[in-house]
Design a protein around this ligand. Structure first.
Ligand code: ADP
Ligand code: ARG
Length: 344
């Protein structure tokens, strides 16, 4: 990559903020051992001026090769400085002190907790070959097919799924969408739809997305606001999968993801919640979500808008705090949102 990219006033990402000329000169000719370049790391942020972040990694090494760019981005997003501390994990749902913030089932429609995971010894999806991606799919499916009890289910590859089935799964919030432009520019949609698919149990309370943004998105979800039960199911599933799969991990960055926002716990714990009053009082709404480190998404996930005063509220920080703290961020913040909503 020879020339410093032309950022416009529309480029508001952390990439545009942190890629100055000095950092660019330092990194422009660097590549990881696998050959992942600065150009590949920043292409999505260049193509999509409305990116919030704008960078993706190709492998674990990207996080050190391009540290002069990635570290300030990680610090801005997670408020975590990897040179100062290590990341720790705690997936023990018994450590989560819980009381249901929505005892009368008035506000929370559903709860979902997902983690991202990638296999050690393979490139991330941005840099993987078709053969490797197909191998990753096979390894994961073989493991999932051994699950028993509540986690037992079936794998549905995307390439031979009927359009109506796919659309229904997306509409019901179970499946990822096609053609995300951020992933497209990052090289994550190459060879679509082969190698991609979804595994789920019969009741669709346990689901695994394969080879979308990360090689695995392990998901536990159910109706209502029982965050603890949702967390317990997820912890059980992760423990079972870890018996057969080795996930990419770094002691300072935690679980490694293709996007720096998903490092650490790689956990997004969310509720779909009806907040029609707060929807009309954005300043108050955002004061609460900022205080509790929460993110507001629309009802169809990232980059979608809210419908009928229903929002997707989730923990924003994922690195430098453990999984119990992620779920606690959500729990305390949702309790505060419900107190505010009910006082109108
Ligand atoms: P991710 O959660 O993997 O970062 P998205 O934000 O795109 O990705 O969400 C994926 C899907 O999960 C979307 O259909 C979204 O509506 C759905 N979803 C997220 N949280 C919940 C929830 N609490 N209840 C039901 N569906 C949810
Ligand atoms: N690359 C996109 C952006 O910068 C998404 C960032 C966070 N979301 C994600 N799914 N990784 O806005």
């Amino acid at each position: 990559m020879n020339n410093f990219p032309k950022f416009t006033a529309k480029h508001t990402s952390l990439l545009a903020k942190h890629l100055n000329k000095t950092v660019f000169e330092q990194l422009k000719d660097k590549k990881t051992t696998l050959g992942f370049s600065l150009q590949q790391a920043i292409q999505s942020g260049l193509d999509n001026p409305d990116s919030g972040i704008g960078v993706y990694a190709g492998d674990l090494e990207s996080y050190s090769t391009f540290a002069a760019l990635f570290d300030p981005i990680i610090k801005s997003y997670h408020h975590f400085d990897r040179s100062l501390s290590k990341h720790t994990s705690n997936l023990n749902a018994d450590d989560f002190n819980y009381n249901n913030p929505d005892t009368n089932n008035e506000y929370i429609l559903s709860t979902r907790i997902r983690v991202g995971r990638n296999l050690a010894n393979y490139p991330l999806g941005t840099a993987i070959s078709k053969t490797q991606r197909d191998e990753v799919e096979q390894l994961i499916v073989n493991t999932l097919n051994n699950l028993k009890g509540e986690l037992k289910g079936h794998y549905y590859p995307l390439y031979d799924m009927a359009d109506e089935t796919r659309e229904r799964l997306i509409k019901d919030h179970f499946l990822f969408k096609n053609g995300d432009r951020f992933l497209e520019s990052a090289g994550l949609n190459r060879d679509w739809p082969t190698g991609r698919g979804i595994f789920h149990n019969q009741s669709k309370t346990f689901l695994v997305w394969i080879n979308e943004e990360d090689q695995l998105r392990i998901i536990s979800m159910q109706k209502g606001g029982d965050i603890k039960a949702t967390f317990q199911r997820l912890s059980l599933a992760i423990a079972q999968l870890e018996q057969q799969l080795t996930f990419m991990y770094d002691e300072r960055l935690g679980y490694i993801s293709s996007c720096p926002t998903n490092l650490g716990t790689a956990m997004r714990a969310s509720v779909h919640i009806a907040l029609p009053n707060l929807a009309k009082n954005k300043a108050q709404f955002e004061a609460i979500t900022n205080k509790y480190h929460l993110q507001i998404r629309g009802v169809n996930g990232e980059h979608s808008s809210s419908e009928n005063g229903i929002f997707d509220i989730s923990n924003k920080r994922r690195l430098g705090i453990n999984e119990v703290q992620c779920v606690s961020d959500l729990h305390q913040g949702v309790a505060a949102l419900i107190r505010a909503e009910s006082s109108f």
